[in-house]
Design a protein around this ligand. Structure first.
Ligand code: MN
Ligand code: MN
Length: 329
C-alpha cells in the first residue's frame, strides 16, 4: 500500500507571468514516452509483478522504492504546469472573450478538458499510453530498460530546461535532473552487480553538466545527487545492498538516506480560475459550504492543511487580488 504526504518533494515557485505554450512543452515530462508517468508506471508494475522477492530482495526493494519517488515526480510536473497556466485563462465565466487568448495556445485541452491544468498527455497532446510500460518479469532485461528510460528522461529534461525559461519549469527540471541522475546510477549499479557490465562505460550519455546548471545547485548542496530514499518507515531496507560505492562522476559515497523522504516543501495554493470553472464558476459558494461543513464537523475555523501561502499572505494572495480586480473590469 501507499502512504501519502501533502507536501511536494521540492519547492516550485509561485505563479508569475502565465506561459501556456511553455507549459505545453513541459507536458512531455508528464505524459511523454520518457515522462514521469512512464517511469512511475514502469517501476510500479515491475514491483507489483516481481516474483521470488525474498530471493532477490535488494533488487525488489530498489525498484519498489524508486517507483514511490516517481509518483511524487508526476505531482511536481503537474504542479509546475498548473503554476504556469495560472492567469492564462482568467476572467469571469460567461464573459464573452474571457478565453480569447486560448486561440494561440498550443494545447487548448489544458483549458477545455482541464481547468487551466495538467493533462495526461505529451507535449503534442498525445495521451500517455500503457504500452510505454515494460515489465517483462525478466529482472536483467527490465533493469536495462530502466537505465535507458532514466537516460531518455534526463535527455528530455535538459531539452525542456533549454526550451522553457519560466521559473517554475526551471525549478522543476533543476530538481528532476539531479534525481534522475541518482536513478540512472542506481540501475547501473544493479546491473553491474548482476552481470558485471558497466552501463556508464558502455553508454556514457547524455552528458549533463548538472554542476553548471544553477537550478541544480541547491539540491546538489543538500546531497540529493547521492541519496536514495525508502519512502517507508520500516520497509525496503535492502536497497542498501545494491546502492553503495562511489558516485561515478564525483567519487563521493552513495547512500541510502536515514530520513524516510526528503523534507520537501508545501505547495502554493493556486488561485481559482473561474473562467474555466476551476474549482467552479462561483468560488465563494464552495468556500461557504466547506466552511459550514467544517464547523459542523467540529474542525478548526481555519483550514488545517499546510500551504506555502496561508490565506491573505504573500505573493499568491496578491496575484489572486490582481486577477479578481482584472476580472471586474
Ligand atoms: Mn522521475
Ligand atoms: Mn527517475
Amino acid at each position: 500500500m501507499i502512504m501519502r504526504l501533502d507536501r511536494l518533494q521540492a519547492e516550485i515557485p509561485p505563479p508569475s507571468d502565465p506561459d501556456p505554450n511553455g507549459a505545453s512543452i513541459v507536458q512531455e515530462l508528464l505524459g511523454g514516452k520518457f515522462g514521469e508517468m512512464s517511469t512511475f508506471m514502469n517501476y510500479t508494475y515491475q514491483s507489483f509483478n516481481f516474483r521470488n522477492r525474498q530471493g532477490a530482495r535488494p533488487f525488489y526493494d530498489l525498484v519498489a522504492s524508486i517507483a514511490a519517488e516517481e509518483f511524487g515526480h508526476i505531482e511536481l510536473v503537474a504542479t509546475a504546469i498548473n503554476t504556469m497556466l495560472t492567469g492564462a485563462g482568467d476572467g469571469k465565466a460567461g464573459k464573452r472573450g474571457a478565453l480569447r487568448g486560448l486561440k494561440d495556445a498550443r494545447n487548448a485541452q489544458e483549458f477545455l478538458a482541464g481547468g487551466a491544468s495538467a493533462v495526461v498527455q505529451d507535449s503534442m497532446g498525445k495521451p500517455w499510453n500503457g504500452d510505454y510500460v515494460n515489465a517483462t518479469g525478466d529482472l536483467i532485461g527490465d533493469l536495462t530498460w530502466n537505465f535507458f528510460l532514466e537516460t531518455g528522461a534526463r535527455n528530455n529534461k535538459l531539452k525542456v530546461y533549454e526550451a522553457v525559461d519560466h521559473p517554475a519549469a526551471r525549478a522543476l527540471t533543476g530538481y528532476l535532473l539531479v534525481r534522475g541522475g541518482v536513478h540512472q546510477i542506481a540501475y547501473a549499479r544493479a546491473l553491474e552487480n548482476l552481470t558485471g557490465s558497466k552501463m556508464e562505460k558502455l553508454f556514457p550519455s547524455p552528458r549533463i553538466p548538472t554542476d553548471k546548471i544553477p537550478e541544480c545547485q541547491p539540491h546538489i548542496k543538500r546531497g540529493e545527487h547521492l541519496k536514495l530514499y525508502r519512502w517507508s518507515p520500516d520497509d525496503f531496507k535492502e536497497l542498501a545492498a545494491v546502492f553503495n560505492g562511489p558516485h561515478p562522476e564525483t567519487g563521493e559515497e552513495l547512500e541510502v538516506a536515514e530520513e524516510i523522504h526528503p523534507e520537501g516543501a508545501p505547495a502554493f495554493d493556486l488561485p481559482a480560475q473561474e473562467a474555466v470553472f476551476a474549482p467552479g464558476p462561483d468560488v465563494g459558494e464552495i468556500e461557504e459550504i466547506a466552511q459550514k461543513l467544517r464547523q459542523s464537523a467540529g474542525l478548526p475555523k481555519e483550514p488545517t492543511g499546510v500551504v506555502a501561502n496561508p490565506k491573505g499572505k504573500g505573493k499568491v494572495a496578491k496575484a489572486k487580488k490582481a486577477v479578481k480586480a482584472k476580472a471586474k473590469k
